[in-house]
Design a protein around this ligand. Structure first.
Ligand code: NDP
Ligand code: OXD
Length: 309
């Protein structure tokens, strides 16, 4: 059985070594050195594949190298009947919990203002609330959202969430469905986005939604840049309606020099590093699914291409 690996952002040699450990009989090929097309049964991909996946007559599984699949679905013609899986991995979840907790506390404890005071050599104290006096709202209570909700609760925040279907997570006030969005937003001092980019969520964070948030709220986006209308975000930061925004993701990545986001007031940008798929644990997860392909069992972590996640 052969696997084709296609990513410009992930190191193929790291993944080759990880598969050599977890599944030594798997032949690991790296795009564009595809070899005989009929050998390929697994595609492990991050880059959109246009129509190339149609060339593999024996393809049995398309595995995304990440948790999100929006870019793959948008740029790839999928062969009929071939399932797509995504990464659901404890290390990926841990990375996101750390990033979200870090920036929720960074906003709560007014770190951006202290950094500015330091630049001005200004020893200056600010009042800051306790976590239990602030509410964090998580948009998208999936694998990552749920783990982050628990960590935020542990440190004391009041936590609410918004998802498509109703959830029952102890202590988390869950809102579900479009009709409840405004009620949810009105509770959020800090809004954390952890929902996939789909046709329904594209541009969901626009000026209307931002204006329903309480004045002085913070936005933390660890999901996808396409969720946010960036011009509306900049306007809300300039007007002070939002006191801070933390973005790990932007519509265009890498964010080009000169993009107005770089110079927006009260913004913190990290370069899509909130959580990165770890090759060793990711390859173990994909190997387990390859075993399922071999035995004909149902695959884990399937994507629903119609829903877009
Ligand atoms: P999941 O699929 O487990 O969870 C997605 C959540 O979003 C679900 O709760 C889902 O609702 C909700 N959702 C989807 N569509 C809608 C909608 N239209 N309205 C309301 N809620 C909606 O995804 P993960 O938690 O694993 O990952 C979330 C995203 O994080 C990924 O799609 C990816 O884009 C991003 N990501 C970013 C990383 C980074 O480094 N910056 C790293 C990893 C992931 P329901 O539960 O009802 O289905
Ligand atoms: C992912 C990502 O989706 O890294 O896993 O963004």
């Amino acid at each position: 059985m052969s696997l084709i690996f296609c990513s410009r952002t992930d190191d193929p040699e790291e993944w080759r070594a990880a598969f050599a450990e977890h599944m030594p009989d798997l032949e690991f090929r790296v795009w564009p050195n595809v070899g005989a097309l009929e050998d390929i049964e697994i595609a492990l991909v991050w880059d959109p594949m246009d129509r190339q996946l149609l060339d593999f007559p024996n393809l049995k599984m398309i595995a995304s190298l990440g948790a999100g699949v929006d870019h793959l679905l948008a740029g790839t013609t999928l062969p009929t009947g071939v399932p797509m899986t995504r990464i659901v991995d404890d290390n990926l979840t841990q990375g996101m919990r750390e990033w979200v907790l870090l920036y929720a506390l960074y906003c709560l404890r007014r770190v951006p203002e202290y950094l500015a005071f330091q630049q001005a050599e200004d020893w200056h104290r600010l009042a800051a609330p306790f976590a239990y006096e602030r509410s964090v709202g998580i948009m998208g209570l999936g694998v990552l959202g749920e783990a982050c909700a628990k960590s935020l609760q542990e440190i004391g925040f009041q936590v609410s969430s918004w998802s498509r279907r109703k959830k029952n997570l102890p202590g988390v006030d869950n809102y579900a469905g479009a009709d409840t969005l405004d009620d949810f937003l009105a509770t959020c001092n800090i809004l954390v986005c952890l929902m996939p980019l789909t046709p329904l969520t594209e541009g969901i964070i626009d000026s209307r939604v931002i204006n329903v948030l309480p004045k002085g709220a913070c936005l933390i986006n660890g999901a996808r840049g396409g969720l946010v209308v960036e011009a509306d975000l900049i306007e809300a930061l300039q007007s002070g309606h939002l006191s801070h925004a933390v973005l790990d993701v932007t519509r265009q990545e890498p964010l080009p020099a000169g993009d107005p986001l770089w110079r927006a007031p009260n913004i913190t940008i990290t370069p899509h590093v909130a959580s990165i798929t770890d090759a060793m644990s990711g390859a173990l997860l994909v190997s387990k699914n390859i075993c399922r392909v071999r035995t004909g069992e149902a695959l884990h972590h399937l994507v629903d291409p119609k829903a877009g996640y």
